[in-house]
Design a protein around this ligand. Structure first.
Ligand code: NAG
Ligand code: NAG
Ligand code: NAG
Ligand code: NAG
Ligand code: NAG
Length: 247
């Protein structure tokens, strides 16, 4: 009986350790300043050992003109309301993250985690077909040059990573703008977006802009200058700083 109780307490502690926010050592808000382009809520897994990558990406977003506030993946979705863009890092643990709560938010979303694309209604539900990942991609085939997310890089194959890196892909719905695919693989889009009101999965309409830039937890470190330019353009588009009908 006592043994059972000890085991129960231990398991409860384990579960809590797996799901509780830990902001120790995290600078929760970092602002660009009064002229900031916009305000980003950055969702990550605050107690995960790889969170350093989120500090790196956050610092980059601040340097490129944004105010950024971190939120652990367990925080309430209502936090998103005060921001211009919600960024969801691949460091979230998808099975603990309530992605379903985020699909309807009227704030734009940019994510690089493929495992939540179905819940967010970016794609259908079939893993490895509608969405999935690969671990050795170096190149992207850009297919939508005039779109602002292409960052002025002409259509064709471009190196977006300096070395083979983890990527995520999705097979987007009918209203998507596909920006780039795995070379020669049209059903595996690495970067795509939806304008507000465009049809996403099946008949789901985008409540606000939705952007996917498929990367693994640490792939950001491996972006080439071209890759970083496209990433920045994806952020600016998602945040509404650029507009596809006015380029
Ligand atoms: C919270 O994170 C800090 C820094 O990574 C770590 O030293 C500390 O042990 C963590 N605390 C808990 C309760 O996980
Ligand atoms: C960014 O933060 C500064 C304070 O540091 C504030 O004055 C400004 O209004 C914020 N801008 C946005 C877009 O949130
Ligand atoms: C704010 O963003 C601009 C780019 O828009 C950048 O030049 C500047 O260094 C940034 N400031 C800070 C404090 O990061
Ligand atoms: C990415 O981070 C998540 C933490 O939520 C972890 O579960 C996953 O194993 C990590 N992936 C890799 C390849 O390290
Ligand atoms: C490149 O990306 C992989 C994962 O995609 C990561 O393990 C590795 O640390 C990255 N390399 C650098 C230099 O950050």
């Amino acid at each position: 009986m006592l043994k059972g109780f000890v085991l129960f307490t231990f398991l409860t502690a384990l579960v809590q350790a797996a799901t509780t926010a830990n902001y120790t050592g995290v600078e929760v808000t970092k602002n660009n300043g009064t002229d900031a382009k916009g305000s980003i809520l950055y969702i990550f897994r605050s107690q995960w050992k790889q969170r350093k990558i989120d500090f790196t990406i956050r610092d980059h977003l601040v340097e490129t003109g944004y105010n950024v506030t971190f939120a652990d993946q367990t925080e309430d979705v209502s936090l998103t309301e005060d921001h211009d863009l919600v960024v969801i890092s691949a460091t979230i643990r998808s099975r603990d993250f309530p992605s379903i709560d985020y699909k309807d938010i009227e704030v734009p979303i940019l994510t690089w985690e493929n495992d939540i694309l179905d819940d967010l209604r970016y794609t259908g539900k079939c893993k490895n077909t509608d969405f999935g990942e690969g671990d050795d991609e170096h190149y992207i085939q850009l297919v939508n040059y005039p779109h602002p997310i292409s960052a002025g890089v002409e259509s064709g194959v471009a190196a977006i990573f300096t070395t083979d890196s983890e990527v995520g892909f999705g097979k987007p719905g009918l209203g998507a703008d596909v920006i780039g695919i795995r070379p020669g693989t049209p059903n595996e889009a690495l970067i795509f977006s939806y304008e507000e009101g465009a049809t996403m999965d099946y008949d789901f309409l985008a409540p606000a802009r939705r952007v996917f830039f498929g990367m693994g937890n640490l792939s950001f470190n491996n972006l080439t200058d071209t890759g970083l330019a496209i990433f920045d353009a994806a952020v600016d588009y998602a945040a509404g700083v650029t507009d596809k009908y006015n380029i």
